[in-house]
Write a protein that binds this ligand. Structure first.
Ligand SMILES: [Zn+2]
Length: 241
């Protein structure tokens, strides 16, 4: 089987942009733990607060809870900067409002690596991806270019957010078209802790197989190992910008 390439390491700061609290924890948090161990600066940006994610809990109660769970999950893998946009969970629209908010964050944090989640129509196994994931990931790809162009969203420069052309890579976790991978053998326990920090969310899943954090993350890492020299790994589709 064709093997995945190791992810490049010639970067110092990454901004991980996800639609929902829990998205990064379901697959790429192990890679992030390894990077922060290596002294890299990784920061999180959530497009929503995940307030529509728990069936038995009203959004007003759910949002602050999920925000706190995301911060705890980030801490478990060495991430201390976690920011939230206020797009509505479940009905995030692709458009200039979303691109502007993401471009502003890229200009503010000045990452060389941008991480995001699978934005293809389907997951690696064929299941249909969600509208929020599709819209956020595609907006991230476009906002990387917007962040570097002073004439797009010119109001951002007036707010002190100068253009940032330093993004060298965008890495997409959970893609059906992975090209690269990161060994998570030594960080899997922290990845599990990071996902288990989403206690209320996991409880809200009831009997769903994604409730068992360790079983799910081991399954994903083992699936990827067949394409990464037998090592448990997190896969990424890498774009060079
Ligand atoms: Zn999600």
């Amino acid at each position: 089987m064709e093997q995945l390439e190791p992810m490049p390491m010639d970067w110092t700061r990454a901004l991980a942009i996800a639609a929902h609290p829990d998205d990064l924890e379901y697959g790429v948090a192990g890679a992030i733990a390894g990077w922060t161990d290596a002294g890299k600066d990784v920061r999180y940006l959530m497009v929503t607060r995940g307030e529509a994610g728990i069936d038995g809990m009203a959004p007003a109660e759910c949002a602050p809870l999920r925000e706190a769970e995301e911060i705890a999950g980030a801490t478990a893998v060495g991430v201390t900067v976690v920011e939230f946009l206020d797009h509505p969970d479940g009905i995030v629209e692709y458009g200039t409002a979303l691109r502007r908010d993401i471009a502003a964050a890229i200009r503010k944090h000045q990452p060389e690596l941008v991480l995001t989640g699978n934005f293809h129509d389907q997951w690696p196994g064929g299941g249909w991806n969600s509208a929020d994931h599709r819209n956020v990931g595609r907006a991230v790809m476009d906002a990387v270019a917007d962040a570097g162009n002073r004439w797009i969203f010119a109001d951002l420069a007036a707010r002190g957010l100068a253009p940032w052309n330093g993004v060298r890579y965008v890495a997409v976790g959970g893609s059906p078209q992975s090209t690269h991978a990161v060994d998570v053998t030594d960080t899997l326990d922290r990845a599990v802790a990071s996902l288990e920090a989403h206690k209320a969310y996991l409880e809200g899943l009831g009997d769903h197989p994604m409730r068992d954090a360790r079983a799910f993350l081991e399954w994903i890492a083992d699936l990827t190992s067949s394409r990464f020299h037998g090592r448990r790994a997190a896969g990424f589709e890498l774009f060079r910008m």
